[in-house]
Design a protein around this ligand. Sequence first.
Ligand code: FAD
Length: 396
Amino acid sequence: MRNVVVVGAGLAGFRFAQDLRDAGYTESLTVVGDELDRPYDRPPLSKQLLSGAYTEEQCALAGDVADAIWKLGRRAARLDRDRHLVILDDGEEIPYDGLLIATGRRAREWPGVLPHAGVHMLRNLADTAAFRASIGEAAKVVIIGAGFIGCEVAATLRNEGADVTVVGVSAYPMPVMGPDVGARAIAIHEAHGVDFRLGTGVAAVEGDETVTGVRLDSGEVLPATVVLIAVGSVPNSEWLEGSGLAVDGGVVSCDITCTVLDEAGRPVPEIMAAGDVAAWPHPHGRGAVCIEHWSNARDMADLAARNLLVDVPDRAPMAALASVPTFWSDQYNVKIKSAGYLRAADRWTVVSEDVEKPSLLVEGHRGDELVAAVGFNMNRSIITYHRSLAAEGAAV
Ligand SMILES: Cc1cc2nc3c(=O)[nH]c(=O)nc-3n(C[C@H](O)[C@H](O)[C@H](O)COP(=O)(O)OP(=O)(O)OC[C@H]3O[C@@H](n4cnc5c(N)ncnc54)[C@H](O)[C@@H]3O)c2cc1C
């Protein structure tokens, strides 16, 4: 292999490039990324960078990649598999004989009309800088979306003293972790002064030039000087259209070795994928699943780099521990951690709870099978669950 190209210079792309060099690959290595910044970590965007505790430089991913050709601020527009070329939007053609697809996701756009100013999203450094700059003294912030990012931003802004209302269509925040976690999250946020409007849709974001409010389906209008749209994300895979690769709902399908599949379901040995844009067949998923967690991007990248350098029959599957997804979120004095594929759970039960501390431990089951656990300030327990889920066959 003489020409490896990485498309996407986020966590997965950067890590893969580092791993490839560490594994002894010495030939040409090109990293294409459509952001101008050197690779950085996204978790601090809604936490330390938004609060001002970190600078942008402190979000940079550690280390470097020896002898890489960086093409930053450049976007892959097309993949020509017949000619083994990645084609950039300015027409430059980059030949490859090994390719990593790591283009991640972007924030989902609001489907309706928006005022010209005052409405934000949060996926990259520039978004965070603009959003942070908009939070003045008397800011009234409405966050549309009660998922992880919506809740983290609410916590960060309340710590800074902003007036925050969170609107969500689900009956409780972060619904993927079940109703008990949701109920505790509401209580903790409300104790810190967050206002919720849950179980309701948004009819419109109001304002002509600048945002003035958010009108709910109920007709209630929440006054707002700043609005954050945090309604999920969509995969960056449009550049793969027509490539013949298996792309399902925008997500690139891999096998258990991170080797990308073609439309007929056959592995394409020279193309790997990792991170938020990719799905792989987790044993608790029904088919291939996309796990939008930091640790999944890291683990897929590590495996993809090792496997690209060996023939398909010799490629290793996701290791036991890495195949159990883990996630963390920081909100106030609560470290939320999970282990297991959360979406597999159809029933949640509380194992322990201490409202004062605060702490909470819940288990997620599918039928009788334990598939996941979530803890508030229960780091050690979650590490134990992580290990036992791996040992008990959540792994492949
Ligand atoms: C605000 C925020 C907070 C988060 N907090 C947590 C957390 O607390 N815990 C946790 O586990 N996870 C968290 N995550 C999720 C975690 O950051 C992601 O899972 C991780 O970043 C995925 O890495 P990735 O490399 O797959 O994708 P990305 O980080 O999205 O990187 C993909 C890169 O590819 C670029 N790109 C896209 N299309 C093209 C193209 N056509 N050509 C060239 N480049 C392209 C993108 O611009 C981007 O730079 C958070 C995410 C966000 C946005």
